[in-house]
Design a protein around this ligand. Structure first.
Ligand code: FMN
Ligand code: SF4
Length: 434
């Protein structure tokens, strides 16, 4: 099954630039065909050296200190410092990998799952050792069927060679991983909804605090990280803090590299590993090749559908949290979407909000009632049935669905593109109202 089908993600091999393990720690092992790197090839390419180093030379606390000092931030969207999360977790935890990846226009975790499954497993083993976990789960989006098959094959291979299971590499440390496929809901990516879903309950987010690090899955302290976050760990252990912190470009407050994508009507859509702090213009022009002839860039989103809409003049921004924050939005999953001049902004927003309305878990009133209301208004505007007060109501709703007013961050994410679209394209809304 594995390696036969040309994978969608194979376009991301980024053969535009010469890669090495020092410059591209996440992707240097990839091949042009997009085939999975299975155990033998992974070991030939330095695989599991970081696990050996960890088990032979480091205590769990030393690993946590290293990861904390590296400044690695979670790659799941919220950007929390990984080592701090680990240091706040009570002893004897469960380890969860968030591979739900349902943010529209986002496919970075899929690359690791389909092509570098052992990199994820290696990162999880080191995290488990640091956090005193015996059991780990990969909660994976149900539609990622190839990824589920591949990661299961890799787990079996790792068990055979004693990288997983009892007394890993004849050490005192034991750890194993179970793959759990979700039913394909965006809300399952929210960490506490994921925990509910894993336990077999309805995927509603839980109240925080207590945070998963204190009381998580089945009442146990639980460390939860994104796929890409785990994939950063082995190289930090192998090459050290200085190297890691020098990977980013000047001006970036985030260290290391990151998978970043670009899609839409561009000449060369793709996914690449870049140093934090590269400009959006470089990604858009030098790597994605700019717009296909006949299309003009009208707007863009920096990191998935829950991030704000920006203008072409903003392309000089640095792709890192501090850079994008200055424009009032978030780096999110760093998957740029080029919105071309044939696209009606109101229709685009209607589609985006429809996605969030469908994926809302319905637990809290502002989100459950507010999102369908937004969709209805946008639908009416799109069909030239807009009313004079519609824009005021939309603006009011964007103020009602902000952080702190809803139970989780789904609704605040949902209104981010709407708020920015009204800011930059108000005229498109105004002309549709009677
Ligand atoms: C609605 C919603 C969906 C989310 N989806 C994902 C997801 O698919 N993958 C992910 O890693 N984090 C997702 N998150 C963020 C997680 O709640 C959590 O912050 C993350 O898994 C922590 O990992 P990190 O610290 O390594 O980034 C989502 C958050 C929200 C509010
Ligand atoms: S904001 Fe939406 S998704 Fe989050 S708890 Fe409330 S209803 Fe559910």
């Amino acid at each position: 099954m594995i390696n036969k089908r040309k994978r969608l993600t194979s376009f991301c091999t980024a053969n535009l630039i010469k890669k090495s393990k020092e410059t591209h720690p996440l992707t240097w092992r990839l091949n042009k065909e997009g085939n999975a790197i299975l155990l033998n090839e992974y070991i030939q390419k330095d695989g599991y050296n970081a696990v050996k180093r960890t088990l032979n030379k480091l205590s769990p606390n030393e690993v946590i200190t290293k990861i904390k000092e590296s400044g690695l931030k979670g790659r799941g969207g919220a950007g929390f410092i990984t080592g701090i999360k680990w240091s706040l977790t009570n002893e004897k935890s469960l380890l969860l990998c968030n591979a739900d990846e349902m943010e529209p226009n986002t496919y970075k975790d899929r690359l690791f799952l389909e092509q570098e499954p052992h990199l994820l497993i290696e990162g999880m083993i080191i995290a488990a050792y640091a956090n005193n976990s015996k059991k780990g789960y990969i909660f994976i989006r149900g539609e990622y069927i190839d990824a589920i098959n591949i990661i299961n094959v890799a787990i079996k291979e790792a068990r055979k060679k004693k990288f997983l299971g009892k007394n890993i590499l004849n050490s005192e440390f034991s750890f194993d991983i179970c793959v759990h496929s979700g039913a394909g809901r965006y809300i399952c990516g929210e960490e506490t909804a994921l925990i509910n879903s894993l336990e077999g309950h309805r995927a509603n987010p839980r109240r925080k605090p207590p945070f998963p690090g204190q009381i998580g899955a089945w009442g146990k302290p639980t460390v939860i990280n994104n796929v890409e976050t785990f994939c950063n760990i082995p190289a930090i252990i192998n090459y050290g803090l200085n190297w890691y912190q020098n990977l980013c470009l000047p001006g970036s407050e985030d260290y290391g590299t990151k998978l970043m994508g670009c899609s839409g009507k561009v000449k060369n859509p793709g996914l690449w590993e870049f140093p934090m702090g590269i400009t959006a213009r470089e990604i858009f022009e030098d790597f994605a090749g700019g717009m296909i002839n006949g299309y003009k860039l009208k707007a863009w989103q920096p990191g998935g559908s829950s991030t704000g809409i920006l203008l072409p003049k903003h392309l000089q921004v640095k792709m890192c949290s501090n850079g994008i924050r200055k424009l009032g939005t978030r780096i999110g999953t760093a998957s740029l979407l080029a919105i071309d001049d044939t696209i009606n902004i109101v229709s685009l927003l209607k589609n985006i909000e429809k996605f969030f309305y469908r994926e809302s878990c319905g637990w809290c009133t502002p989100c459950r009632e507010g999102l369908p209301w937004i969709v209805n208004i946008l639908k009416n505007l799109e069909n030239n049935k807009g009313k004079y007060k519609d824009l005021d109501i939309l603006i009011d709703l964007t103020n009602q669905l902000t952080n702190g007013k809803t139970f989780c961050a789904l609704a605040p994410g949902a209104i981010e593109p709407l708020r920015s679209a009204i800011k930059y394209f108000r005229i498109d809304f105004d002309k549709l109202m009677v």
